[in-house]
Design a binder for this molecule. Structure first.
Ligand code: PLP
Length: 447
């Protein structure tokens, strides 16, 4: 049958049609079972078909699916906000619910702008982010994103008040003999110089993923990096925005990845693991300083979307977050994350085509390279990660591919992000199938 869905692929072999899912397994229309080893793109944090979430969604759908946010708030939105900011670490004070990560970043950019307007700083319109970052596909979020490949086609359409500094990449971006402290000092100095280049009172915010997800592959910054850049932002009166769309909501073992960095953001965005894929939902969480400035100023957010605070989406996210807390699933993220790293190291340690294995919690990447550990990347044209994805799908494993960067710094990688309910036998099966896919593709790739 010809599909009329404008999907990623309009020609070539058809994309399998998913018909049902339970736990880690997605079943397609041919009855094939695929292990969802990356939760899509680090979305399905509870696996599929969780009965408590399904029940909460059904109950909410029967009660109130939608009411426009300019007329009403709703019980699930209130309770979710209370859970996220009322009982959270740090100084989070207010939450705004949107339909996904890109909407969350657009909202965050506007919220930062509003904060500066409310506090009499209208010239702060410039945003600094990092190369090789990804913050979303809408034009504002894409302008903020430093990933060249994702920006390239749209570059002429992107606003210009965005610039990029070096990523905090201890795997590929360390100078010879440089330890963490020296690397952090160099990156902080570079950021300081960028603030000065843009001009005094011009930078609105510095934005970064706390742990870089798909573009660089589960890459954490060197110790002390976020505290150092927080100091630079404070010195220049700019806000710190952390993008935890992929790494947040428990994925790295703590609810927020920034809890492991001794820093609190002024504004934070989350999505994916917030609703676990049960409903499209993202959120912007803002600290007391931003919330207070708006409360003392115009009193309301100058920005809105039709589906903001969607009751059904909020009910789903609330149920997901309650299950994570009640079942103490972050303990399992820590335990299964360690097991996954150990099992990958046993399988791929010293592998001639694996350059690095890294991650935090259940956000883990295997980077491919020609000469084994620390080796040079495969040529982008070889599309190694895409081929591994395709081969893994044939073997019944869905894992998320990350193409190497076009500047040739980072190699192709495969991202694993199993749900927080994963057990030891799931981890064993995932690594076994991934090993087979990697070996088979690497044998084929002619260098
Ligand atoms: N920010 C990060 C770090 C992401 O990984 C993504 C999506 O992968 C986004 C933002 C955009 O989220 P969405 O695809 O839900 O718009």
């Amino acid at each position: 049958m010809t599909s009329h869905v404008l999907h990623r692929r309009l020609s070539g072999p058809p994309i399998p049609r998913a018909v049902s899912a339970s736990g880690l397994i997605i079943t397609d229309s041919d009855g094939r079972e695929v292990i969802d080893a990356s939760g899509g793109a680090a979305v399905s944090c509870l696996g599929h078909g969780h009965p408590r979430v399904v029940d909460a969604i059904c109950r909410q759908a029967g009660k109130l699916a939608y009411a426009h946010n300019s007329f009403f708030t709703s019980e699930p939105a209130e309770e979710l906000a209370d859970l996220l900011v009322g009982h959270a670490p740090g100084n989070l004070a207010t939450a705004c619910f949107v339909a996904g990560g890109s909407e969350a970043m657009e909202t965050a950019l506007k919220l930062v702008r509003q904060y500066h307007l409310e506090t009499g700083q209208p010239d702060r319109v410039h945003f600094i982010a990092r190369r090789q970052s990804y913050h979303g596909n809408s034009l504002g979020a894409l302008a903020l994103s430093g990933n060249v490949a994702r920006r390239a086609a749209y570059a002429p359409m992107l606003p210009r008040n965005f610039s990029h500094v070096s990523p905090a990449d201890p795997v590929h971006g360390r100078l010879a003999g440089e330890d963490d402290a020296a690397m952090v000092a160099r990156l902080a100095a570079e950021l300081e110089a960028e603030f000065e280049r843009v001009g005094p009172g011009r930078v609105a915010a510095f934005c970064a993923e706390t742990v870089v997800g798909a573009t660089a592959g589960a890459l954490a910054a060197p110790a002390g990096y976020f505290a150092a850049i927080r100091r630079v932002c404070d010195r220049h009166g700019a806000l710190l925005v952390l993008d935890e769309v992929m790494c947040g909501m428990g994925r790295t073992g703590t609810t927020h990845a920034w809890e492991q960095e001794a820093v609190t953001p002024d504004v934070q965005i989350v999505a994916k693991g917030l609703g676990g894929g049960y409903q499209p939902i993202g959120a912007v969480l803002a600290g007391a300083r931003v919330a207070q400035a708006i409360a003392n100023g115009s009193g309301s957010l100058m920005h809105g979307f039709t589906y903001m605070g969607h009751p059904l989406a909020c009910a789903a996210a609330l149920a997901v977050q309650r299950v994570i807390a009640e079942d103490r699933l972050l303990d399992n993220v820590g335990a299964m994350g360690s097991l996954l790293m150990r099992t990958l190291s046993d399988r791929f340690g010293g592998h001639p085509r694996v350059a690095d294995i890294r991650g935090r919690g259940l956000l883990v990447a295997v980077e491919l390279g020609i000469d084994g550990p620390g080796g040079v990347p495969f040529a982008p044209a070889a599309k190694v990660a895409d081929r591994i994805k395709a081969r893994a799908m044939e073997l019944g494993l869905a894992c998320y591919p990350g193409a190497g960067t076009i500047d040739g710094v980072n190699g192709d990688h495969v991202l694993l992000a199993p749900p927080y309910i994963a057990q030891a036998d799931d981890i064993a099966r995932i690594v076994e199938r991934l090993g087979e896919a990697v070996d088979s593709v690497c044998r084929e790739v002619v260098q």
